[in-house]
Design a protein around this ligand. Structure first.
Ligand SMILES: Cc1cc2nc3c(=O)[nH]c(=O)nc-3n(C[C@H](O)[C@H](O)[C@H](O)COP(=O)(O)OP(=O)(O)OC[C@H]3O[C@@H](n4cnc5c(N)ncnc54)[C@H](O)[C@@H]3O)c2cc1C
Length: 443
């Protein structure tokens, strides 16, 4: 596999991909004294995905501490990321951005945004940092292959679209995953690391909206619940994941952080099993009142039945719920309508319909509205990719690839993906940071 090719421009550090991880590694390595850093980006701009992130507000990190944040990446992910997150904790990342002219603010659900609310400011700050530290940025420069060299000077050669070859003493791969392919991320790094014989986890879309074939779900499009606990159950009723986050009904199923955070499990099972057949019978169960116990709901329903004038249950239930729990969100009428359907009650049912068994069914529907699942919207709509270079191939203290000279892999090309909430940028920046410090250490 090794080539002795030596023609081409020789550079010290070549970084492929000017996304969050690559841009961060580039300017930080240069700031730490690395003299010759070349950053290659295939799209016409640095940080294409940053611009689209967080609804163009860019949720750039989290308020969580480094260990808590790392834990949200699962067992292997958290073990791998802990050192990077301790080196660049979320708080330190915010301080860096403040120094770069982007003060941040805290939003609900542990999110952190630029104070301006503009993702562009985050991107522009990274671009300025890259320019100010003397990194050479080349846009519209797509790498098509990489090759290890046995020559004395260069360790790697990088072939660009159009045929140009660049030689690198040290090479950093930061080409991201394959979600939102329109942003330039089309999984280009995957065949490269596979060809090098490195362990690889098949990529699947994560943080994608979840599809449901149920018409009633589509008909609720536009309805949302801000505080709902969602559990993903398989056909045997085994719980596969749980998130307490907002949920949004859409024309194809459900979206919002609560649903999207669980989508990777569905996609992974479809990839590893028999496609859609492997998730047959899977459901999301939405607890619409996570802070209200079943007994409290029972008392609510008894109070509804005793309301003067005997209003329809559909009218009485929101009245008593908001009286007893004024701080809690009461589900919209259209969502309650589905809750009634699931409980086997008509939306026109009066209080006399509230038998003991109807009460039980209504409580269970409120505590676990059943949303059948049929798939996810895939890479086109996924915010991240789950899978990539297996973490055992990489040193967690530096992001150096084990067993290969002078090669680093950072960001989403690695098999790390976390839930919504600034965690994926945190992972991209922090892996970029430990790579940059390692590059500078070798001076
Ligand atoms: C719509 C959307 C919203 C998001 N919102 C958030 C959010 O608010 N908070 C959060 O934490 N995460 C968010 N994410 C996830 C976040 O964007 C990624 O996790 C993060 O960008 C990964 O950083 P990265 O540098 O590894 O990859 P990327 O940022 O994807 O960068 C990879 C770069 O490499 C370039 N590239 C690819 N192949 C080549 C090649 N062959 N040659 C040269 N260059 C190449 C690409 O063009 C790209 O610029 C969002 C994602 C999407 C799609």
């Amino acid at each position: 596999m090794e080539s002795k090719t030596t023609n081409g421009e020789l550079r010290d550090v070549v970084i492929l991909g000017a996304g969050a991880a690559g841009s961060w590694a580039a300017w930080r390595a240069a700031a730490e004294g690395v003299k010759d850093v070349l950053l290659l980006e295939k799209t016409p701009r640095l940080g294409t995905k940053i611009l689209a992130s967080g609804g163009t507000r860019c949720n750039l990190t989290t308020t969580l501490g480094p260990d808590e944040a790392a834990e949200l990446f699962g067992t292997a992910g958290s073990r791998f990321l802990r050192r990077a997150f301790r080196t660049l904790p979320p708080q330190k990342l915010r301080e860096f951005f403040a120094e770069l002219g982007v003060p941040t603010l805290i939003a609900p659900l542990e999110k952190v945004f630029p104070m301006s609310g503009q993702a562009k400011d985050v991107r522009d700050a990274l671009l300025s940092a890259v320019e100010m530290t003397g990194v050479e940025l080349r846009l519209n420069a797509e790498a098509t292959s990489i090759q290890p060299l046995s020559g004395e000077q260069a360790s790697w050669s990088v072939q660009l679209q159009g045929g140009e070859v660049i030689l690198a003493k040290r090479l950093v791969l930061a080409t991201g995953g394959m979600s939102y392919p329109g942003a330039g991320t089309t999984g280009d790094g995957y065949p490269w690391v596979r060809k090098l014989g490195l362990d690889f986890v098949a990529p699947v879309p994560a943080l994608a909206p979840i599809q449901s074939a149920e018409t009633w779900v589509h008909e609720l499009a536009g309805n949302s619940l801000q505080d709902v606990e969602i559990r993903l159950l398989n056909d045997n009723g085994k719980e596969l994941g749980r998130r307490r986050r907002p949920l949004l009904f859409t024309h194809t199923g459900v979206s919002g952080p609560g649903a999207m955070d669980l989508s990777g499990i569905i996609a992974r099972t479809m990839e590893d099993g028999a496609g859609a057949a492997s998730i047959k019978g899977w459901t999301l169960r939405a607890d619409l009142m996570p802070d209200v116990t079943r007994e409290e709901l029972r008392q609510v329903l008894i109070a509804v039945a005793a309301l003067p004038g005997g209003p329809l249950l559909m009218r009485g239930l929101p009245i008593v719920l908001s009286e007893r729990f004024p701080m809690l969100e009461v589900p919209s009428k259209r969502i309650l309508n589905e809750v009634f359907q699931e409980a086997g009650l008509s939306s026109r049912a009066g209080h006399q319909a509230l038998t003991k068994s109807a009460r039980h069914a209504l409580i269970e529907a409120l505590k676990g509205l059943k949303i059948p699942v049929s798939g996810t919207l895939g890479f086109e709509k996924a915010e991240v990719t789950s899978g990539g270079l297996a973490l055992r191939s990489v040193d967690p203290g530096t992001c150096r690839v084990r067993g290969l000279e002078n090669l680093w892999v950072i960001g989403e090309l690695l098999d790390v993906d976390g839930p919504i909430g600034g965690l994926n940028f945190q992972a991209a920046f922090a892996t970029g940071e430990i790579c940059a410090l390692d590059l500078a250490k070798q001076l």
